[in-house]
Design a protein around this ligand. Structure first.
Ligand code: BGC
Length: 892
């Protein structure tokens, strides 16, 4: 009998989420099995309001025994869920011999408001004089109210949101540690509200609630156009508290005209520009009971915004880690500068002890110039400056509220130098996504590259996937997100993060299917570029691939189809896309002088992505059970491919535009006839070699280059590219001291000068898309079936490395592939496969000799289901468990 245990119960990818408004949440669990080769044969789920699952009658759902191996994304199908209710659930499973596990420990999810009808609070806005709403003040709004509770609360929740960015306080302390609420959505269509468990913060007797609201994305400066008020002119809040007392009665408190408002010490807060805080204006106890609020104005009722209120969909942003500065620098220009040792996104927290009125200024920058001076040219108009005016009278600690900075260096004025290292701390803020992957190998520079990729992701996964976190941009550029999503999905669990963003994409898509360049959309940005708009199709498909959850495809299907139909309607040729504005192979190195756009023809790229998105739409239609749609788009796909060949491939099968990106996309998207592929791959390889093992690709070609080389047998060349130290290459920036991925291959040139100020980010994840190749090819973790239900372990050890190790925490559990060369020429391969999945292990070339596992011959090894030798090499089929294979050299 095999022993198994059910653990890591998750609801919509989260453990015990509170405040979700999904009528059919998706339940997943993982299985710990003692023996190898574990497959679940059946499961039973029970859900109810009683954590002890006492009386049968108390259950809202009992699946009974379901004969299926499904253990992820099982949609709740019990009784209709009630608002603001906690549901406990548990699972047991059966193994292949029909032995039942014990019940898992109970987990839970808690619903939020579920419907607009459950909101009783009023939208309120701050007042400058009685009845006069504040409209255009820089200074942030403070709100408060006080209320009595006859007894202690046994359970209390606040549901809150704002127009602008808000922070909530209960009895003087922050309601929780989340930042930048309500997050950034297409505010006039969808507005998130947050749920706070404030049970522990309330007391019997008098309580107070406070809230600060700043401009944030809603009303602050956004983009390079210098405009603010993109979504509306007035900041406002909506707050509703439900407290259940010991006797079972419920008390409700809502925002209304009885609340009081004021300005306060937070004189300015802007995402790009920083903050000004005058601590002399602090109002002690403003969010606590007993505060003399008579000088505050009554709040003004205001109209509800047009948006639909939705419960927070993605993980909140938080201070995820803190970093101490590594040095204080005195620059040649006489500046005092802190070096954090890492280009990070967040802010600086500091403690000072200075007289009242002392001004402390922090300016933030990513790099120093070649003379070692503080450099902010690349920030364009973003000021990234925090000004703090001391209150005096003892140590005081400050950190900003509604702004973030992208920086490694901080220029500080107003603080004695000897206090800097000790009293300043970098706070790293991003969406609190679970880290799921790691890649390491024998080359330290490549390990630094992986570090830089991960930090690029941390810095730019701040509520929405942004291009960069420092200059006056920080926008959800679709192209960048699309090229990076597969790598991102190795490093972190990105599903709720992207689900939210894709809902905004669909919300901002026009009726004709066009996709804005940035999501959430802003007027300055425009729409409709190939490879950017294709994010509408590529991102949901990638999520489905990596997590196996069909719901994202069902939900996004109209948006995906809308984009493909938009393209079809462009220009006068149905199957070619040769009109409109495109970013092409953005920043490709083969661009003409003074152009940002690489040499690969834009219509070739546009038509290639048209074909690719259509192919993914066909697959999506199949997976979501729409055979007629699939057939219709299969026709379209083959017509596009035919048109692509007629237009961009010579009659003899040569890709007419001899660029790396043209070859890479044609091969990656299977646009060439079978017979022409090897030759094209050879031409690509030749192109790379002729360039001295250098790439020439931009945003579009770079993610595919190494993957395509490996697929067609040029893995050694792909390694040459990845290990290339000379410019242009990934390691060039590493050797220049980069700690994140740069926007340009030569953000800092060999002579120490910069790429021009107007577009030079040092934290731009797009080229970090090579992480995908590190995990899949160098590490060897590949999926065969969506969600890694079936896995392929196929490392392709390069001669240049002696070992590599990739691990990935899949929805089923940990996957690992680690190889190392041994002195006798054999290869050790450690593999971990999670329960309820199977894997194929493809033995690398040159290791076709005898194979043992833990010293045993394969036919003796439990868990190894089959061994096949065929033209592609040797393949082992294995069940779940950990294995340590020794792969011996081929017999000579
Ligand atoms: C952004 C890019 C983006 C591009 C569009 C830039 O300003 O930073 O990453 O994709 O514009 O071409």
């Amino acid at each position: 009998m095999t022993q198994s245990k059910v653990l890591n119960l998750m609801v919509n990818y989260r453990k015990n989420p509170v405040g979700i408004d999904d009528p059919n949440p998706r339940l997943s669990w993982q299985i710990q099995a003692q023996a190898r080769g574990f497959i679940q044969s059946a499961y039973q789920i029970q859900a109810g309001c009683d954590p002890a699952f006492g009386a049968e009658a108390g259950l809202v759902w009992d699946t009974g025994k379901v004969n299926a191996d499904s253990s992820v994304h099982i949609g709740y199908e019990g009784e209709t869920l009630l608002p603001r209710t906690r549901y406990y659930w548990r699972v047991r499973i059966w193994d292949s011999e029909d032995n039942a596990s014990v019940w898992s420990e109970a987990a839970y999810w808690e619903t939020g408001q579920l419907s607009e009808q459950n909101w009783h609070a009023s939208w309120i806005t701050a007042a400058s004089a009685p009845g006069q709403p504040v409209v255009s003040s820089d200074s942030c709004d403070y709100f408060r109210t006080a209320f009595e509770l006859p007894d202690r609360a046994v359970s209390a929740r606040i549901y809150a949101t704002s127009l602008g960015m808000y922070r909530l306080y209960i009895n003087g302390v922050p309601a929780d540690d989340t930042q930048f609420n309500p997050g950034w959505t297409s505010y006039n269509k969808r507005l998130q509200y947050q749920t706070y468990d404030v049970t522990q913060l309330l007391t019997a007797g008098e309580n107070a609630l406070g809230c600060i609201v700043g401009n944030g994305w809603y009303k602050g400066y956004l983009s390079w156009d210098g405009n603010k008020d993109h979504y509306g002119r007035q900041r406002a809040v909506l707050i509703q508290l439900h407290a259940t007392l010991a006797d079972g009665t419920e008390q409700m408190l809502i925002s209304d005209g009885s609340w009081r408002t004021s300005s306060g010490p937070l004189l300015m807060s802007e995402l790009y520009h920083g903050e000004i805080y005058d601590a002399r204006l602090e109002m002690d106890g403003w969010a606590s009971p007993g505060f003399a609020e008579h000088q505050w104005q009554p709040a003004v009722l205001t109209e509800a915004p047009p948006a639909t209120l939705v419960a927070q969909e993605n993980e909140p942003s938080r201070i995820i880690e803190t970093i101490k500065p590594i040095a204080v620098l005195n620059t040649p220009a006489g500046e005092t500068v802190l070096d954090m040792g890492q280009n990070l996104v967040g802010w600086v927290r500091f403690t000072v002890d200075a007289g009242a009125g002392t001004e402390i200024t922090l300016r933030h920058a990513e790099v120093l110039d070649r003379d070692g001076n503080f450099y902010t040219g690349n920030l364009r108009s973003a000021k990234q400056t925090v000004k703090y005016i001391c209150r005096g009278g003892g140590p005081e600690t400050f950190e900003p509220h509604f702004t973030f900075q992208g920086f490694r260096y901080v220029q500080v004025t107003g603080v004695p130098q000897e206090q800097l290292l000790e009293q300043f701390t970098g706070c790293v803020i991003h969406s609190d996504l679970e880290l799921t992957g790691s890649f390491r190998c024998s080359d330290e520079l490549v390990n630094q590259l992986q570090h830089n990729i991960l930090w690029g992701q941390k810095g730019n996964f701040l509520d929405v996937p942004t291009d960069c976190p420092q200059r006056d941009e920080r926008l959800g550029w679709t192209g960048d997100a699309q090229v990076f999503i597969r790598t991102a999905a190795f490093n972190m669990n990105v599903v709720p993060f992207f689900e939210k963003w894709l809902r905004d994409l669909a919300a901002d898509q026009e009726a004709d299917g066009r996709v804005p360049h940035v999501i959430p959309d802003i007027p300055a940005a425009g729409y409709g570029s190939s490879a950017w708009g294709d994010a509408a199709v590529i991102c949901p498909w990638t999520l489905y691939q990596c997590y196996g959850d069909v719901r994202v495809l069902e939900e996004q299907y109209p948006s995906m189809k809308g984009w493909v139909e938009y393209i079809r309607a462009q220009g006068d040729q149905e199957f070619l896309w040769n009109t409109g504005h495109h970013f092409g192979d953005w920043l490709g190195l083969d661009a003409k002088e003074n152009s940002y756009i690489g040499a690969t023809p834009k219509d070739l790229i546009a038509t290639a992505f048209f074909a690719y998105s259509t192919e993914l739409l066909v697959k999506t239609a199949e997976v979501t059970g729409q055979p007629e749609e699939a057939e219709k788009y299969r026709q379209l796909q083959s017509n596009i491919i035919r048109a692509f060949r007629e237009e961009f491939v010579t009659p003899n099968g040569r890709v007419a535009s001899p660029t790396q990106t043209a070859y890479a996309v044609a091969l990656m998207f299977d646009l060439l006839e079978e017979k022409d592929r090897p030759r094209t791959a050879a031409m690509l390889a030749e192109h790379v070699k002729e360039n001295g093992n250098h790439l020439t690709t931009g945003f579009v070609g770079t993610p595919y280059l190494c993957l395509v080389l490996s697929r067609f047998g040029y893995t050694d060349l792909a390694y040459e590219l990845v290990l290339q130290k000379e410019y242009p290459s990934w390691l060039y920036s590493v050797l220049q001291g980069a700690t994140t991925i740069w926007e340009h291959w030569d953000g800092i040139k060999q002579d120490g000068s910069f790429w021009s100020d107007d577009m030079n980010s040092y934290n731009h994840y797009a080229y970090g898309a090579v992480g995908d190749w590190l995990y899949r090819i160098a590490g060897g973790i590949e999926l065969i079936e969506p969600g890694y239900k079936k896995i392929r372990i196929q490392p392709q050890p390069g001669t240049q490395l002696s070992w590599a190790e990739a691990s990935y925490s899949s929805i089923y559990g940990p996957v690992k592939s680690a190889w190392s060369r041994q002195a006798d020429g054999s290869l050790e391969l450690s593999v971990e496969i999670p329960a309820n999945t199977t894997a194929e292990v493809i033995v690398p070339d040159g290791c076709q000799g005898q194979i043992t596992e833990g010293g045993e011959k394969l036919d003796q090894v439990t868990g190894v289901i089959a061994v096949e030798d065929n033209a592609g090499g040797r393949k082992l089929t294995v069940g779940s468990g950990s294995y340590r294979f020794t792969l011996n050299k081929s017999a000579d």
